[in-house]
Design a protein around this ligand. Structure first.
Ligand code: ZN
Ligand code: ZN
Length: 435
């Protein structure tokens, strides 16, 4: 299963490069550095939280399938054979029709359940709170597909449990779900035009662009994952006509991945505390986004100004380069944590420390991009803590001397750089002059 993702990885990176090159040729800027770094930061957090989430989900899924499978009670079994057979001679590959049909039905069923999960994620507050992160970008490019709320999958997997009840093997479900997720990558691009007859059946870049629009007619439309037919059947289809303004109606003025992940829950919590009636304190979590209890104002949706400028705070180039460099290093740290998460020898406690540092670091990078004054002391503290914590782990016998020295060297070099660049973080130089 992990092979599927490892195989896809170089293709994903290659496609992003291709999209950037296409942008240059078309004189269109699909990417903005701050927006991309912030979005990918939420994706990294999503990836790290995803390991235990998937594990827990599969335990529950498998337990239901083992004990309550309707197929098993009827004495039937869904065969789990490969849908394709490979040969050494022409035509090299052939379809195994019976398993192929089973696979097709499972993929369609996964896509159908996904449609409802995604649609309800737009229509119910507590679900929207974990999905809003995917929509907060004001750009539209392949990297937007990595943006996501860390805990969305907890809700998403629950929607697929009916498949366990029917008797779909967990591995078959997981393959189909991964296929759905991989499919969704390529539809996040503005470089591909409308695709003629494909638009009737499949989710395409054009109809998914609509899904990310904040124009009134585009809101809560085109929820499909692989097939757009569900939107056409259930009345949520909208074609791409007027120029799309991307993002959410209440502009999120932040590149901080923690705030990007939790801001909507913070808002719901505040409203829950502020409203007087107990009925409304409960209702607020299940109401449609935009609904307000009568004592907190009008529920009328205020659409955003189409001409509103994108959130793009000025930042001296020196601070930006520092932030991006740290982001690149933190991405490496996150990949290390991700691979160690599959290695039980490393130990959960040390893994949590590593993940804590990665999330802390990404939050500081977000603060740098937001030009926030707290980042300077926060970054200093992080750089002082790294060698201290590494030394403590070394004393426990888990970190070799070269790795420890590497941590000390990285920390010292970063601290020196930070001290040299101080004035660009404290903002006593106007951004335009510094850049
Ligand atoms: Zn959505
Ligand atoms: Zn999307």
């Amino acid at each position: 299963m992990d092979n599927m993702m490892e195989l896809a990885f170089p293709i994903i990176v290659g496609m992003i490069f291709l999209e950037i090159i296409l942008g240059w040729i078309q004189h269109r800027h699909y990417y903005r550095v701050n927006d991309t770094v912030a979005g990918v930061s939420t994706g990294i957090m999503f990836m790290l939280v995803g390991v235990p989430t998937l594990f827990g989900a599969l335990v529950v899924y498998n337990w239901i399938e083992r004990n309550f499978s309707i197929m098993a009670h009827l004495g039937l079994e869904i065969p789990f054979d490969a849908p394709l057979a490979f040969h050494s001679a022409f035509p090299y590959v052939s379809i195994q029709w019976v398993p192929f049909l089973y696979w097709a039905v499972v993929v369609i069923a996964v896509d159908f359940l996904y449609y409802w999960f995604h649609r309800l994620s737009h229509e119910i507050n507590f679900l929207w709170g974990s999905h809003v992160t995917h929509h907060s970008s004001e750009e539209f490019n392949l990297a937007v597909s990595f943006r996501g709320g860390s805990f969305q999958r907890v809700f998403e997997y629950i929607f697929f449990l009916p498949l366990a009840l029917i008797g779909v093997n967990w591995l078959m479900f997981l393959f189909a779900h991964r296929a759905l997720k991989l499919y969704q990558f390529w539809v996040h691009t503005a470089a591909v035009p409308e695709l003629g007859p494909l638009e009737y059946v499949m989710v395409t870049p054009s109809n998914h662009r609509v899904h990310h629009g904040r124009n009134p007619q585009y809101i809560d439309k085109n929820h499909g994952g692989i097939f757009i037919i569900w939107d056409r059947m259930f009345g949520t289809y909208e074609p791409e006509r007027e120029k799309i303004n991307y993002g959410i109606t209440n502009q999120l003025k932040s590149f901080n991945p923690l705030w990007m992940t939790f801001h909507y829950y913070a808002q719901l919590w505040q409203e829950c505390m502020a409203t007087k009636s107990w009925k409304n304190k409960v209702k607020i979590w299940f109401a449609k986004p935009g609904w307000k209890p009568a004592d907190l104002g009008s529920s009328e949706i205020v659409y955003s100004d189409p001409a509103r400028p994108n959130y793009d705070p000025p930042l001296p180039a020196q601070a930006k380069v520092y932030g991006i460099t740290q982001f690149a290093l933190l991405s490496g740290g996150a990949l290390l944590a991700y691979s160690l998460a599959h290695d039980s020898v490393f130990g959960i406690f040390r893994l949590l420390i590593l993940i804590g540092f990665v999330v802390y670091g990404l939050t500081v990078v977000g603060g740098i991009l937001d030009s926030r004054p707290w980042v300077y002391p926060a970054e200093m503290l992080r750089l002082v803590l790294i060698p201290l914590v590494a030394f403590a782990i070394h004393l426990n016998g888990y970190l070799s001397v070269p790795v420890l020295l590497g941590c000390v060297g990285y920390s010292a070099a970063s601290l020196l750089l930070l001290a040299l660049l101080r004035r660009y973080f404290i903002q006593d130089v106007p951004a335009a002059e510094a850049a």
